[in-house]
Design a protein around this ligand. Sequence first.
Ligand SMILES: *Cc1c(COP(=O)(O)O)cnc(C)c1O
Length: 398
Amino acid sequence: MKKEELARLGLDSLTVHAGESPDPAFGAVAPPLYQTSTFAFDSPDQGAARFKGEEEGYIYTRLANPTIDRLEEKIAALEGGAGALACSTGMGAIATLYFSLLSAGDHVVATSSLYGPSRTLLEKQFSRFGVKSTWVDTADLELVQNSILPETKLLYIETPANPTIRLTDIAACAEICREKGLLLAVDNTFASPILQKPLELGADISLHSVTKFINGHTDVVGGILVFKDLEILRRVEKPWQMVGATMDPHQAWLVLRGAKTLKMRVEKAQANAMEAARMLEAHPEVEWVRYPGLESHPQHELALRQMKGPGSLISFELKGGLAEGKQVLERVKLCTLAVSLGGIETLIQHPASMTHAGMGAEARAQAGITDGLIRLSVGCEDAADLVADLKQALDSLT
Ligand SMILES: *Cc1c(COP(=O)(O)O)cnc(C)c1O
């Protein structure tokens, strides 16, 4: 379908149809998997013209591939972006972003509590090349303002953030970035484009670990960068090709398959999460629950304004702290003890000893990641079964 036609469709129709069109060779309705590393030229002149950019067409899969193009088109349409670049992993996307937009002497302001490696990559690796970073609670807009230096080039936020489920006001950050002339990038993995559209709120780049909700079936790693306009995409495109952080066609083909049911999965998991969060909040063993759908979430009002729904990530802490948390991790039966999130199955994990161990205790404390915090990624099982599983694990503590 043409861009203008797609723009008129609702999200259900878009998830099914964006990036999809019958295969020109045989009319296959499902997207063809072009599992090839290279593409034949009709003549030496054609090869030369493609390299010069004078003729459209494929050259080599690290540069572009028709199956990967379809995925980029689909996710760009869902995010309301001008274009997208699919990456080998979510970290491949984030590393490409940092690598292509930052130079020695530049400074980044970023959310203190976010996906662990997004932070350690800047702090421990890019610092070797003279890139500086300041990590703040980006929910506090005054703190964001005050952290911006003359050499700041990028405001990098994650909302909802991992694993504290704290939110950042995207539109307000976009306003700050416009005033100060910085780029705003948002890690939109936790919300997915079904629940939150950072580009429409003024961000320049929205990115995902497609490993999570977009693929949704726990069988692929991948990432994607989506751009508000093509000018920024073009700044990123060459470095992305040269570092080789590009996606493989088979990955793209699997993600295209998973993404068709994105909206249904996100909505089902979210309905389950609401029930799980209510049960957790009412349970006497639970100290606190952070879920944007609960009135008790400190930014519940922002969630209603900025997101179409609260999603399916919950963090909570037990009165007995880490010791009791470990017992719950051992006693759940339907929930699987594993990192990652956004899959069809419910996963439970302990960030301080797992996903956020690399940050170190001091940075965790500053970011609000307590030792007893348990993170739950609610899946698409029956709500009653999930609630019963969590409840039996909690009841066994008393
Ligand atoms: C998983 C994740 C990443 C990294 O993605 P990979 O596909 O594992 O490389 C980045 N950001 C968030 C919010 C994530 O959950």
